[in-house]
Design a protein around this ligand. Sequence first.
Ligand SMILES: NC(=O)c1ccc[n+]([C@@H]2O[C@H](COP(=O)([O-])OP(=O)(O)OC[C@H]3O[C@@H](n4cnc5c(N)ncnc54)[C@H](OP(=O)(O)O)[C@@H]3O)[C@@H](O)[C@H]2O)c1
Length: 290
Amino acid sequence: MKTLLITGAAGQLGQLLRRQYAAQRQFKVLACDSAMLDITDDSALQRLFSAVRPDIVINCAAYTAVDSAEQQPERCMLVNAVASASLAALCRQYDSLLISFSTDYVFDGQHNAPYTESDPASPLNLYGKSKLLAEDAVVQAGRYITFRTSWLFSALPGNFASSIWRRAVRGEPVSVVSDQLGGPTPASALAEAVYRLTMDYAAQTCLPYGLYHFCGYPYCSWYDFAKAIYQLAAPQHQHCLTAINSPFPGSLAVRPAYSCLDSSLFQRTFTQPATDWRTEIESYVKKMRV
Ligand SMILES: NC(=O)c1ccc[n+]([C@@H]2O[C@H](COP(=O)([O-])OP(=O)(O)OC[C@H]3O[C@@H](n4cnc5c(N)ncnc54)[C@H](OP(=O)(O)O)[C@@H]3O)[C@@H](O)[C@H]2O)c1
């Protein structure tokens, strides 16, 4: 039986991946939250690899607080860039497949057509810079797949969609920027894509390695996304939602005005359909009601 290691397993994507693997028997899954495994602790990483010899590593651990990163650049770089390099080196040494996640914030937003994998990256903020360095670092693993994704959401607490839902049902006034466009992505769709890919890998021990964009459609603004949630969750409170221009008051990081990702390479390569976030948000809003 192959062994699969999930780091950052208590985060949004980590939790959904754990659920995804709960019912299968193909892999022995070792899911580590930050207390069990700090990916910036090189000796802990080495001990774990030597004991477990993972066939696959799914790195969900990341410093994801985009604004705080501007005030904690060293910590952000350590978790996202330096630790990714350590993981990649160990994956190379132990011949493990490394699956990692990057962000639409590696782009500067100057495009007016969806970004492809070959478009040059030029991040505007510290978080984006750290993730771009991580993308470069994971290549040394040899066997690697990096998903560049955007605006991940789920019914779990702590993401944009669940925060907006909570405020919508309470009828609280909410201001959301309408001049940043991107692709909301259901975290469960990404978890399912990762799951399928690892099942393929278990069957063939080979994959078309590389970098793939993975985001939901249709592209929209943060305001449009919030409006869709209001319409489903609390249409009677829609008047509480206001569109504003960026920057959002108090934000420390500059964000790209346009960060739509073209996911067609992933869809062609893995024969996967596009993910319509509107279908997912409908079912999430129902789940959030109960
Ligand atoms: N969320 C988005 O909108 C979005 C968009 C594009 C790309 N991504 C990327 O997608 C991936 C998954 O994101 P997510 O939404 O699941 O993020 P998340 O919910 O913030 O989860 C990140 C997890 O990493 C853990 N972590 C932080 N530092 C760690 C360390 N040194 N060692 C071990 N674990 C550590 C955190 O644990 P603690 O809380 O205990 O620190 C947290 O559980 C990340 O690579 C992120 O950059 C996310």
